[in-house]
Design a protein around this ligand. Sequence first.
Ligand SMILES: O=C(O)C(=O)CO
Length: 337
Amino acid sequence: MDGQATPTKKYTAFLTRRLPEPAWKLLKSQNSNFNLIVRDSEEHIPYKELLESVVGIDVLLCLIPDQVDKKVIENAGPNLKMISTMSVGTDHIDLTTCKKYSIQVANAPGVLTDACADFTIGLLLSVSRRIVEGVARAQKGDWPPWHPLWMCGPSLNRSTVGIVGLGQIGQAVARRLIGFGVGRILYIANTPKPEFEKALGILEKTDLPTLLRNSDFILALCPLTSETRNLFDKNVFSQMKSTAIFINVSRGPVVNQDDLYEALVNKKILAAGIDVTTPEPLPPFHPLYQLDNCVITPHIASAEFESRNNLAILAVKNLLSGINEGVMQTPIDLSHL
Ligand SMILES: O=C(O)C(=O)CO
């Protein structure tokens, strides 16, 4: 056998569902050196099927609703080396277990930023200008002759906006807010952003109580972590102005939903707009749907064709570079875990 190279083992990659066409084309054009298993469905993979499908794979490409927990990772077995997620958020993946087994994880940052920032402004205005409520009233015939203060809401112009989490999306939202003439933007973030503060002129890093006390609009744009889980609870809502509008485009579990309901019903805050909930999908008869002062959208902040296609393409690029070069393009730093 002297002189014969040991054949390198072909990786097996498993995709939990079909991907949008441009990402699929890219994958199909470059899959000759690995085994590709694609679950032939547009639908979410049931947990039990995920557990069974991952056994023995080397690379997993997953999506937000796929719960890649300890059990799934351990069921995959020792071959599992890389997980590429078609998402920015990684809270559906047990990163601690990934670190334990030296599994690389890559998300897809950057590609959704503008879509999410546009949507955040849209949701904020839908709530403050009562657009959804107005449409519902008009459709029900609840439309009196023009009335000076009917269906009025607070101005964004000259207001103080509090941003919780000034990452890429938070910064893109802050830039857009300048165009709406806001007076002040307060933010909390793990790291200060002095250059960005200087560029915008009206941005101030602060602490949570100061942000809550002073903001007319409070935007949750932070990732879900052990520090942000349940951050917006009764105590936090009680520190907001009674005229405050709360917007969540982050993750459902950063909010204690019962406490949000209580704050909205008892007018502790004026209104809320939430694109993310617990659970998702939020069941149709959930009490929050009954409130005029709550706008609920079904996790669509990033739902632009271009951004979702780019999200899928970046997830595929991560998978390909992981297989071909051993390092994914946009790996997550797990060293702090
Ligand atoms: O990519 C994510 O994390 C999203 O929430 C997409 O909407």
